[in-house]
Design a protein around this ligand. Structure first.
Ligand SMILES: *[C@@H]1O[C@H](CO)[C@@H](O)[C@H](O)[C@H]1NC(C)=O
Ligand SMILES: *[C@@H]1O[C@H](CO)[C@@H](O)[C@H](O)[C@H]1NC(C)=O
Ligand SMILES: *[C@@H]1O[C@H](CO)[C@@H](O)[C@H](O)[C@H]1NC(C)=O
Length: 411
């Protein structure tokens, strides 16, 4: 054995023994208070530089580091927290982060607070106030506006926990999980008025292993929107409304897509939202797919489209007239979904004529409209049903679904 190998062996056995003795766990956490880097909690002094300096110190710390944001209001412009970092970094926020009054200050970058290329991050507590109202007004007026900013974006972040944050009045989405692995979002509240344009609650895409638990969203667009290349997404204890529901899609705008697989939503309440559980695809050729999805234990309270698959999405009839969706939708289970629809049609399956939905399962569905059974419409689906089925579900030949028969004689 050469000298170098011997040295390496000694070093690696030291690391092993210190871990097994718990020494590394006992390493002190270094705390970096943003105030000590010059941040002022007056809501007026630009704190972008002090926050970045605190991040750089925490990020290069050789022990796990905590960045502490005390109570008060901190004005932040575009803020880019970039990794990689040496050890785990925790953001402990007691205060409120506020965006500049002038929405053009965030410019055309698309983000307000960005975490980028970093592993092992915890963000705990605090409030974000993006002051989006003036930006929405600009968009509604039809003037030329900047693209707008998402409040908190995570790009290439692995092992991430976001907990206990409240975000209000985002210009666009509140939270964006993009190209991330192993993420837990829990106990967050995301709030914007129901007429605010494109204020999605949480947008997930290109990400694997995301869990969203115990979150409340009242917002102007999707409560949770799920983009392409999302795998193993688990959502539970979700309250949504107002808002546009939990949506997979829009998918299939591009020919080359990676698909969405293994998505579960369990224990959710939708109140007064435009949709409940929705899958939406463009009516264009695409090689993408949606498979193995479960929507279960859901209460609908006056939801406009409680259950909907829409494969005919073609806004303004541009780029898709006369075409059909190439997205293949299969193994979608709807189980124990009860409550009321705000429109007569509570269940809508408008699947692609060239790629009918396969393996649609309905179990114990009971949706009413004005205290009477709601109606349903089904195009191009193949599936089964069991248990209660109100409304009964019909079908359009030639794809003879078993749904109607099954609803008359439970499986
Ligand atoms: C989806 O879940 C199945 C069953 O747990 C698993 O075998 C498969 O690898 C998952 N798909 C992805 C893309 O992780
Ligand atoms: C559906 O729900 C309504 C309202 O809760 C209830 O009265 C009715 O019995 C239910 N129908 C079935 C078939 O379970
Ligand atoms: C439905 O029935 C409930 C209980 O009987 C009643 O309170 C409610 O006003 C009715 N709703 C409608 C829209 O008729």
């Amino acid at each position: 054995m050469g000298v170098i190998e011997t040295v390496l062996l000694v070093i690696s056995s030291c690391i092993l023994c210190s871990v097994s003795l718990g020494i590394s766990n006992a390493a002190p956490t270094s705390t970096y208070n943003v105030v000590n880097f010059g941040a002022k909690a007056d809501g007026k002094t630009d704190c972008t530089k002090p926050f970045i300096k605190a991040w750089q110190s925490a990020c290069s710390s050789l022990s796990p580091a905590t960045i502490y944001v005390p109570k008060g209001r901190y004005l932040l412009g575009n803020t880019n927290f970039r990794g990689p970092c040496k050890r785990k970094v925790t953001f402990l926020i007691a205060g409120t982060l506020v965006a500049p009054e002038d929405y053009t200050a965030l410019g055309n970058s698309g983000f307000w607070i960005l975490f980028n290329h970093v592993e092992n991050v915890v963000i705990s507590g605090g409030k974000l106030d993006a002051k989006g109202a003036a930006f929405w007004n600009c968009r509604r007026s039809g003037k030329n506006c900047p693209v707008g900013a998402r409040s908190m974006t995570f790009n290439w972040v692995n092992n991430l926990v976001i907990s206990g944050i409240t975000s209000v009045n985002s210009q666009l989405s509140h939270l964006v999980i993009n190209t991330c692995n192993n993420v837990l979002v829990k106990n967050v509240k995301l709030i914007a008025p129901d007429q605010s344009p494109n204020t999605d609650g949480i947008h997930v895409e290109l990400s694997t292993g995301v869990t969203i638990n115990g979150c409340t969203m009242q917002t102007g667009d999707d409560c949770i929107s799920i983009g392409d290349a999302t795998y193993n997404l688990f959502m539970s204890n979700i309250k949504c409304g107002p808002g546009h529901g939990v949506s997979i899609g829009s998918l299939g705008k591009e020919m080359e897509e990676k698909g969405v697989e293994n998505v579960t939503l369990t224990n959710a309440i939708f109140s007064g939202s435009d949709n409940g559980v929705r899958i939406k695809t463009w009516a264009r050729p695409s090689n993408g797919f949606v498979r193995n999805v479960r929507f279960q234990n859901i209460i609908m309270d006056k939801v406009e489209n409680p259950i909907i698959i829409d494969q005919n999405y073609c806004p303004n009839n541009q780029g898709c007239p006369g075409q059909t969706s190439g997205i293949k939708i299969s193994q979608i289970t709807y189980s124990n979904i009860k409550g009321s629809s705000a429109t007569p049609e509570a269940v809508t399956f408008d699947c692609s004529p060239s790629n009918p939905c396969q393996g649609i399962k309905l179990q114990d569905i009971n949706l009413s409209y004005n205290n009477k059974s709601a109606t349903s419409s089904c195009k191009n689906i193949v599936g089964t049903s069991s248990g209660t089925l109100v409304p009964e579900t019909n079908y359009t030949p030639p794809y003879l679904s078993k749904l109607l028969m099954a609803s008359r004689s439970p499986l």
